[in-house]
Write a protein that binds this ligand. Structure first.
Ligand code: F6P
Length: 471
């Protein structure tokens, strides 16, 4: 089997102190199963010309990382990737701040990655590139003569061409996707959007096998919803709920039901809207006051970007207002914390929570939703309340699906979830769990890599609609 080379901006070296969030959760197990190379940024910013790439071998995976010049990091990561692409791909044109300088930095870092990969790549390596930081990477590799199979997976949403075309210089950037062999997206909607862009803006035609013809190169677009290690997580959660940490949290609730939210501090996650929904819940369903505690775990993220400082302020103020308004000397309705928690701690907390509140305004997939389902006790499961605008809503159809822009409706869903009879909770959980076992992380990686390597792919995930009781 050819060697697998994964490329992403962040690299999750085990115990290396680096952090890659949802992407790390997805890639590391997939890569470990097959072995290979994971290439990307070391997480270090330097003021001097970066030295050579460093390699760390852990079991069957070589982690190869490079440092980044301060200006490059500013223009590439804080600039174009996270102040332009991130908001636009999350349908937030109002937050995009385009500058030509940042676009230059974005292309420069992609060239820098390509240059470093040049020393690493063997002719028959299969290359799997991840996320919006690296759209032009395959183009840069092709320009250097690499003929490898190169796939691209975009973890975040892809909006329709009506939004994509508002991106200044989109004509230079998006068509560069034509240098990949396979482009993977999270949902049918995302895939439909990029196909429409290719047809209307790149004027490329679909060929027989459903691929697009970019100057003789066939580029396939496919839907590969990323999963979690469902069964392993279920096992972890069973153990984790017995740990001293989770026991302590449970004791501190004094028998109250717990609602949990876990998100990076990011405007796409809809945290202020969610807090408003909790406020609406306490206002309209006063019987629950004093009987429920909402734990919102929100590690800070992308702190060099002003919009992230703004959202931090808004969330902090809203949390304070709600606790001031409803709190008692003996009861704090909302616990808002910015500390990151280990995978084990989260698994235990998910299992202990009666309600998982996952209400992003827009999200490529949202693995917290899937982890919450995986962690439940099937005999007495909690209820997932999930934004219809998260990719996970395509699979977790038995969650209570909500519109995150409607605080009253989300508040009513919280009331419904807390009062839901056991039989309905079990039925909803069993449905979601079955889907997530079928479409777990192994299945996701296997389907993508089969498509890229031209092997017969495992059957695609079937979205089984729920017959009973609707939303
Ligand atoms: O969801 C998109 C994503 O880039 C993930 O791949 C990553 O885990 C997360 O955002 C965190 O982003 P950052 O690397 O900017 O902290």
């Amino acid at each position: 089997m050819p060697r697998l080379v994964v490329v992403s901006n962040r690299v999750g070296i085990p115990d290396g102190g680096t952090r890659a969030g949802g992407l790390e959760v997805a890639i590391r197990p997939a890569l470990k199963r097959r072995g290979g190379v994971w290439f990307g940024w070391s997480g270090k910013i330097t003021d001097e010309e970066p030295g050579k790439a460093r390699t760390t071998l852990v079991e069957n995976v070589s982690y190869v990382t490079v440092d980044m010049l301060r200006d490059d990091h500013e223009e590439f990561y804080n600039g174009f990737a996270n102040r332009v692409l991130w908001p636009i791909l999350h349908y937030r044109l109002d937050l995009a701040e385009f500058s030509r300088r940042d676009l230059g930095g974005y292309f420069r870092v992609n060239e820098y990655f390509a240059r470093n990969l040049e020393n690493l790549l063997r002719p028959d390596d299969v290359v799997w590139v991840h996320d919006y930081h690296l759209i032009p990477l395959a183009r840069a590799l092709r320009d250097r003569g690499h003929k490898n199979k190169i796939g691209f997976f975009i973890h975040i949403p892809c909006p329709p061409p009506e939004i994509l075309t508002a991106l200044p210089n989109h004509e230079r950037l998006i068509p560069a996707l034509g240098a990949y062999d396979v482009i993977g997206l999270q949902t049918e909607t995302d895939a439909g959007n990029i196909c429409r862009y290719f047809e209307s803006e790149c004027h490329v035609r679909r060929v027989e096998d459903g691929a697009f013809d970019f100057d003789g190169r066939h580029v396939r677009v496919g839907v590969f919803p990323v999963g979690v290690e469902t069964e392993a997580l279920a096992r972890l959660a069973r153990r984790a709920i017995e740990t001293a940490f989770v026991r302590e949290v449970l004791d501190s609730l004094s028998g109250r039901a717990m609602i949990i939210g876990v998100d990076r501090l990011d405007y796409s996650k809809g945290i202020p809207e969610r807090l408003n929904a909790f406020e609406s819940f306490l206002t309209h369903f006063p019987d629950w006051r004093g009987k429920v505690t909402y734990l919102q775990i929100t590690p800070r993220s992308r702190t060099g970007i002003p919009e992230y400082a703004d959202i931090g302020r808004v969330v902090g103020e809203t949390a304070g207002r709600i606790n001031g308004k409803f709190g008692e000397a003996s009861w704090t309705p909302l616990r808002y914390i910015n500390k990151a928690h280990s995978r084990t701690a989260l698994a235990g907390l998910y299992r202990a929570a009666r309600v998982g509140l996952v209400t992003p305004l827009r999200d490529g997939m949202n693995l917290v939703a899937k982890e919450y389902v995986a962690a439940q006790n099937a005999d007495d499961p909690g209820v997932l309340i999930l934004s219809r605008f998260a990719g996970a809503a395509q699979e977790c159809v038995a969650a209570l699906l909500v519109n995150p822009y409607d605080p009253e409706a989300v508040g009513a869903a919280i009331n419904r979830a807390l009062g839901m009879p056991l039989a309905e909770r079990r039925e909803r959980h069993a449905h979601n769990f079955r889907v997530l076992v079928k479409n777990d992380l192994t299945h996701w990686a296997e389907r993508f890599l089969s498509a890229l390597e031209g092997r017969p792919a495992p059957a695609p995930v079937q979205y089984v609609p729920r017959v009973a009781s609707g939303h």
